[in-house]
Design a protein around this ligand. Structure first.
Ligand code: GRF
Length: 208
């Protein structure tokens, strides 16, 4: 399967995919064909360049409207003919045009146990709420914010040492679980196929 990965930051989830694929895309069942971002100059793009991958940047502020940005992101992504789009720390909400083109084939990873704590501050919100466990969720993107059908989840304990100031430390612990969860989920979707029925994701040989 051809993957386009969208990033906005450090790109450690992207790196985990690249490391898992290594020199055996056949074995993994997928290869990253391009990396897109909503801003330049981020480590995620450097990781892509180090891997010799094509990259593209679509900045919201370079477009007169959000819809035009969405169009541009869709075109830039479609140019690489992805079978799956992986949003790995991409911090923009894709629009109607993008979902019309890639709906059912966009996978997102979120650093909280959805449906709890959706949105851009999942780690901070879970800490503030005082949860005893949190974690991460790999899910398909639908027209809501972090509301699509869930593919996989991983749990991370929250301890007494996890103070609100320690959001970054907790997020790092979540990211350790998240990277493994994403690599395994994407590999299975790519190798075994899947079918989405309402909120349920059926993994495995499609059409049997
Ligand atoms: C990940 O935890 C992702 O879930 C969240 O931001 C982080 C991105 O990390 N949206 P990276 O850019 O993959 O290192």
């Amino acid at each position: 399967a051809r993957l386009v990965v969208l990033v906005s930051g450090s790109g450690t989830n992207l790196q985990a995919l690249l490391d898992a694929i290594g020199d055996d895309p056949e074995g993994y069942g997928a290869q990253v064909v391009a990396v897109g971002a909503d801003r330049p100059g981020i480590a995620g793009l450097e990781r892509a360049e180090r891997a010799g991958l094509p990259t593209f940047v679509c900045r919201v502020r370079e477009h007169a409207t959000r819809e035009e940005w969405d169009e541009a992101l869709t075109a830039a992504t479609a140019a690489h003919r992805p079978d799956l789009v992986v949003s790995a720390g991409f911090m923009k909400i894709v629009g109607k045009r993008f979902l019309a083109e890639f709906g059912g084939r966009v996978v997102n990873t979120h650093p909280a146990l959805l449906p709890s704590f959706p949105g851009a501050h999942g780690v901070r919100d879970a800490l503030a709420y005082g949860v005893k466990v949190t974690g991460c969720t790999v899910h398909f993107v639908d027209d809501g914010v972090d509301t699509g059908p869930i593919i996989a989840q991983g749990v991370v304990e929250v301890t007494e040492e996890d103070t609100p100031e320690g959001e970054a430390a907790l997020h790092e612990r979540i990211k350790e679980v998240e990277r493994t969860l994403l690599v395994e989920a994407v590999g299975r979707l790519a190798r075994d196929g899947y079918r989405i029925e309402g909120r349920k994701v059926h993994l495995g040989h499609v059409g049997e």
